[in-house]
Design a protein around this ligand. Structure first.
Ligand code: FES
Length: 139
């Protein structure tokens, strides 16, 4: 039988196809969830990063809250929803002042959340933060 060659690979192909389908569903869910990023009120007072985790010019993605914390210039901290405004994938921590979405390549400014490159067109939602001790707190 010609179709029984290397059944292990066939199984992986099936799993891969199932994984792609699940991913598609997840992206759809993320897309609809994109508007449901935690409201500032619901997470107010939460520490989203330690100051030491957010270098000048860089940042950190808080996976629990899906928030990116950045420090565009010394002592200035910014926070944005990590949900890409295209279809809801999580953007990366900033490099050279830019946060990139791994799904389709959208880019966002680390100092403002502004969309620099599509397919996304809207900026990342911004949160207000303050430094308290060694922590960065949502206000
Ligand atoms: S989900 Fe981010 S670019 Fe498509």
């Amino acid at each position: 039988m010609g179709d029984s060659v290397m059944p292990g690979i066939g199984r992986r192909e099936v799993l891969g196809a199932a994984g792609a389908a699940v991913c598609g569903v997840a992206l759809t869910a993320c897309s609809s969830e994109g508007d449901k990023a935690p409201s500032a009120a619901s997470i107010k007072g939460q520490e989203i990063a330690k100051v030491s985790e957010v270098p000048v010019g860089g940042g950190k993605v808080n996976q629990k809250w899906r928030i990116v914390v950045t420090q565009p210039t010394a002592g200035v901290y910014k926070a944005f929803s990590a949900r890409c405004t295209h279809k809801g994938c999580a953007v990366s921590r900033p490099e050279a002042g830019v946060m990139t979405c791994p799904c389709h390549g959208s880019e966002f400014a680390a100092d403002s959340g502004k969309c620099l490159k599509g397919p996304a067109s809207a900026p990342l939602a911004a949160y207000q933060v303050k430094v308290e001790g060694d922590g960065i707190i949502l206000v």
